[in-house]
Design a protein around this ligand. Sequence first.
Ligand SMILES: Nc1ncnc2c1ncn2[C@@H]1O[C@H](COP(=O)(O)OP(=O)(O)OP(=O)(O)O)[C@@H](O)[C@H]1O
Ligand SMILES: [Mg+2]
Length: 330
Amino acid sequence: MNGSTQLIGQHPLVHRVRGLIKRVAVTNATCLILGESGTGKELAAREVHAQSLRAEKPFIPVNCGAIPADLLESEMFGHERGSFTGAIGARAGMFQLANGGTIFLDEISEMSPVLQVKLLRVLQDHEVRPVGADRSSTVDVRVVSATNKDLAMQVERGLFREDLYYRLEVIPINLPPLRERRSDVPLLVRHFLDRHNKKRSDVDVTITEEALVHLWEYDWPGNVRELENLLERLVILSEDAVIRVENLPANVRSFISENKIPKPVMSDEGLDLTNAVEQFENRLIDEALRRTKGNKQAAARLLGLKRTTLVAKLRRRRGGPVVASDMTGT
Ligand SMILES: Nc1ncnc2c1ncn2[C@@H]1O[C@H](COP(=O)(O)OP(=O)(O)OP(=O)(O)O)[C@@H](O)[C@H]1O
Ligand SMILES: [Mg+2]
């Protein structure tokens, strides 16, 4: 279990998610949490439970992708003694254990078609039947499920039951990828630095502005989890208590230059090299100034130049520098 049950973020998309969670938590509505890997789906599910009237009752996570298909049914619904080889005694399933509380069906897209039918029945009748039992019993369980797959697409392809899909997604909660809410990166960095600093008794590790800019610009395919793991590693490995650009992994360090600066193209007629190089240089300078909010000292550091050299380049420039005054958008 995670130490924090708070979804951190000030981006409007996160505000929207928190607002939605608050509104649906107090109902018994079934929620489907959607989002890429590491966007906080499990955190959101725990939040739905924590803010509900069921908070004092159990929250039971079931990873439908990690449990072998032939075991999942008895894991979920329990089994009677002797109902299959190895079933020595009767055992309650996750649904019985979650009674009064919430069951979290993670990676729901991985559930077998046979089990999908059985789950649908539970959602309709609020009754579960253990494997090998001849009677069902009533349960009061709120179902929250999650997937990083495109479940609607799976329905279209006939891989997931449409009727179950509609039952599960009464309230869809979409978690945005981190790259769509980059403005939350500094906040998350602070949060994870604080968390991991607690594990180091000797120093408080900090991060330079410049390194933070790189974290801001990076694409984060593994989303918040990737950021969290990276910061944990950086805090543990930091020797002088400051995280600098040099300490960042190569893919994060090179991301800006590889992805943000358009590559010059040579047409059939060739190109004016001096002019092309100058344009390329100007673009990088503008980018550095934009990222440092116009701070020439910091921009020069980003570019590996002395401040005076950068100032001279700016003076020589035709048309003058273009400095975006803010780091807008995501
Ligand atoms: N908004 C957030 N604020 C604080 N921590 C977060 C946030 N989102 C995610 N995390 C943290 O990132 C890690 C990954 O989150 P979580 O396990 O909920 O993601 P997930 O969407 O379930 O990922 P997966 O699809 O890979 O299972 C956790 O340690 C979680 O605490
Ligand atoms: Mg998860």
